[in-house]
Design a protein around this ligand. Sequence first.
Ligand SMILES: Cc1cc2nc3c(=O)[nH]c(=O)nc-3n(C[C@H](O)[C@H](O)[C@H](O)COP(=O)(O)O)c2cc1C
Length: 262
Amino acid sequence: MKVNKEQLKRMKRNEFVRTAIEYVDTGVVITDPELPDNPIVYTNEGFEKLSGYSTDEIIGNNCRFLQGADSDKETVAQLRSAIQNEEKIKVEIKNYKKNGEFFWNELQIYPVYFESEHQTFFVGVQQDVTKRKMAEERSEHYFEQVKRLSTPIVPIDRKVSIVPIVGHIDDERIDLILKNVSAHIQKSGDEYLIIDLSGVSHFTSELHKGVYQLHQLIKLMGAELMLTGARPDFVLEGVQADFSLSSVKSFPSVQHALITIN
Ligand SMILES: Cc1cc2nc3c(=O)[nH]c(=O)nc-3n(C[C@H](O)[C@H](O)[C@H](O)COP(=O)(O)O)c2cc1C
């Protein structure tokens, strides 16, 4: 075959790109959808390193060989549908290396038409994002802990619990307190709930509304709300508005409230 200047240029460029793909750290595979079960027909070094398998073990397999017990079924279904429809897709999926270790695979798949072959192939790009995913999972866990610790419910005796409110209160924290308190009362059958506001830095209208909602909720559940540590003007605020706290029993301190109960 005689090669003209333009073809030579293209061949050089192809070789240039192939060499680059061969040695990048990211996994790259190409699959042939015209062969039975869309097997891998090309793999680079990055994919060998990522998976722990050699080229010989990889070529000829469908990429699902990386999946295992904890690979999310919903994500696999998304992949199946994108491939069926020849659409590009990006997912994060739990995969397994040859030694059984799992890793989080940030997988991108592109349908690419290869002119030289007159057909569409799929190109998969795989990146190990385990460190980032683990850090995200840890920070979610810590955030949950902090949220839980920010609304502790302290049982005092058979019928009384205290919820000490500390720091800034916003709508999200109010929702959490309402949820936790209703679950707690249902379980414990408490008759009194003391909301202690002595650790609150700012008496805002959000807090006012939140305490009012708690009051309504607790009343509905057959228990009684007692407020301690609130500024008198805070309790009186909202008399004109829809959420008056004037019917809530308010005490200077938790001790004062407990004396009344016992
Ligand atoms: C190019 C390409 C690369 C793929 N790479 C991966 C991969 O790294 N990890 C994975 O779990 N699935 C990968 N898949 C998806 C699976 O091969 C398969 O399509 C998926 O499991 C859905 O099909 P199935 O239900 O027949 O298994 C890839 C698919 C293609 C086309």
